[in-house]
Design a protein around this ligand. Structure first.
Ligand SMILES: Cc1ncc(C[n+]2csc(CCOP(=O)(O)OP(=O)(O)O)c2C)c(N)n1
Ligand SMILES: [Mg+2]
Length: 279
């Protein structure tokens, strides 16, 4: 476990570097939204949770991962590239004309992308569909969905939450990237959805609240989610938008930094902060 933990922490750093490099090269995209989700994504893809095969992306028994907060595509692309779904240097084509690495994930163009997302609020419903399909097909695959916290403002999430509880979907795990910001400011000021865990519990879900930027806590939470029987699990992952480069973002005077790439002139100091293991 300690060795694995060290490897995962190193992997997380390398994914952060990829996110920064590809978005700065593109001159657009959502690095801060991607950075908050790095520990969860690293744990899922490299910590032994997601059963998947980069050489066989449509393997029927694969676990499903749906990035409902599709604007965080750079973290998904970094993880998929490092897992071997496509050549790693392709990440630098992000958002370029004709690149399959579109601004938001396109399942028709890139192997490993399970759902085309970006219009927020739909991923959990798709996850419910996969989880129900697994049951009907008598398959043991697990479906993971990640939403943002602001994204939970969309009503469709709550229809999906009710349906998941009704059908006792213990093969479904939702991770809410609770980074406290959305596009226009603090998530709870735009529309206060607190307590998020309390709402899911009221809908009949098993809930956990964890530090989502602490790899150990993420690993434990995913383990616990696997053991739950008879109801779906929601992990509220308390994270920081821009985790890993917060000093640079504070210097730039914007800790939300929504939908902005780092200017090229700040890239080296941000990469240095990531290398130093900055918060
Ligand atoms: C249906 C829909 N409405 C609005 C948007 C525009 N939009 C893109 S990102 C975003 C904020 C999302 O905030 P959150 O879910 O907290 O994600 P974060 O970036 O903080 O991880 C919004 C409103 C969208 N993509 N889809
Ligand atoms: Mg948010």
């Amino acid at each position: 476990m300690p060795n694995n933990l060290d490897a995962l922490l190193a992997r997380a750093k390398s994914i952060r570097e990829d996110i920064l490099r590809m978005t700065t090269e593109a001159g657009s995209g959502h690095p801060s939204s991607s950075l908050s989700a790095v520990e969860v994504m690293t744990a899922l893809y490299f910590g032994g949770f997601l059963r998947h095969d980069a050489k066989n992306p449509r393997w029927p028994d694969r676990d499903r991962f749906i990035l409902s907060k599709g604007h965080a595509a750079p973290v998904l692309y970094a993880v998929l590239a490092q897992a071997g779904y496509f050549p790693h240097d392709q990440i630098m084509t992000l958002r370029k004309l004709d690149s399959p690495l579109e601004g938001h994930p396109n399942m028709r163009r890139l192997p490993g992308v399970e759902a085309s997302t970006g219009s927020l609020g739909q991923g959990l419903s798709q996850g419910v569909g996969h989880a129900l399909a697994a049951r009907i097909d008598q398959k043991s695959y697990h479906t993971y969905v990640m939403t943002g916290d602001g994204e939970l403002d969309q009503g469709q999430n709550w229809e999906a939450a009710a349906a998941a509880a009704k059908y006792q979907l213990d093969n479904l795990t939702l991770i809410v990237d609770r980074n406290h910001y959305q596009q226009t400011g603090a998530a709870e000021e735009v529309l206060n959805m607190d307590p998020i865990d309390g709402k899911f519990a009221a809908f009949g879900w098993k809930t956990q609240v964890i530090n989502g930027n602490d790899m150990r806590e993420v690993l434990k939470a995913l383990d616990r989610a696997n053991a739950v029987q008879g109801l779906p699990t929601c992990i509220v992952a308390l994270t920081h938008k821009g985790q890993g480069i917060l000093n640079v973002l504070r210097k730039l005077g914007d800790v939300n930094f929504h939908g902005k790439p780092l200017p090229a002139k700040n890239l080296d100091e941000a990469l240095a902060e990531v290398a130093a293991g900055g918060e």
